[in-house]
Design a protein around this ligand. Sequence first.
Ligand code: B4P
Length: 182
Amino acid sequence: MGPPGAGKGTQAVVVASALGIPHISTGDIFRANVSAGTPLGEEAQRYMDAGEYVPDSITNAMVRDRISHDDCNPGFLLDGYPRTLEQVNELDMMLESDGRRLDRVVELTVDTDEVVGRLLKRAQDQGRTDDTADVIRRRLEVYFDQTAPLVAVYRERGILLEVDGMGDVAEVTERVLSTLRD
Ligand code: B4P
């Protein structure tokens, strides 16, 4: 978990590979559908380009399907999900019905100025349509309104690991991996 630009996707790829489990990014799945021009992609793009969350019904069904694949049997790393209370509750039900549970939740903490700078840089490098100044502002509002409060849910369950996401990518990776090993 963490605000847009905290480094979730960046770190999740490396951490999942180190753990030998699939990396499941809801944002990546939406973007792949947008590129492929599927009906799901067309629906998701409207929300993503406005900086809003894709509706829970769509996102939850997608995750439910993805984690039912055999490659998820040894475990998996969710990146950018859950992001709403309804997603938290739905994920609990999905896992419980399979006799599984969340082991750890990693929160990357980063200053707002730093995340805005990272996303504006990505806008220059990659031209992602949701990395414009106005959309970034909206994504941050949505994050602080809907997702940041969920961190407390996982803290109360005793599975939250807070990791400082400031500094270069390799430094943050080392922090995440060593926190997970402790
Ligand atoms: P995501 O794809 O999850 O995008 P994000 O929040 O911007 O984070 P991302 O993982 O891409 O970026 P990162 O911080 O790694 O979501 C995009 C959209 O999809 C959402 O706005 C929403 O519309 C939709 N969506 C996704 N999941 C959803 C859900 N569960 N429910 C509803 N809707 C959902 O990195 C950002 C940049 O910083 C990169 O350029 C990276 O290179 C750079 N960077 C990373 N770490 C750095 C470091 N340490 N130093 C310098 N730069 C760094």
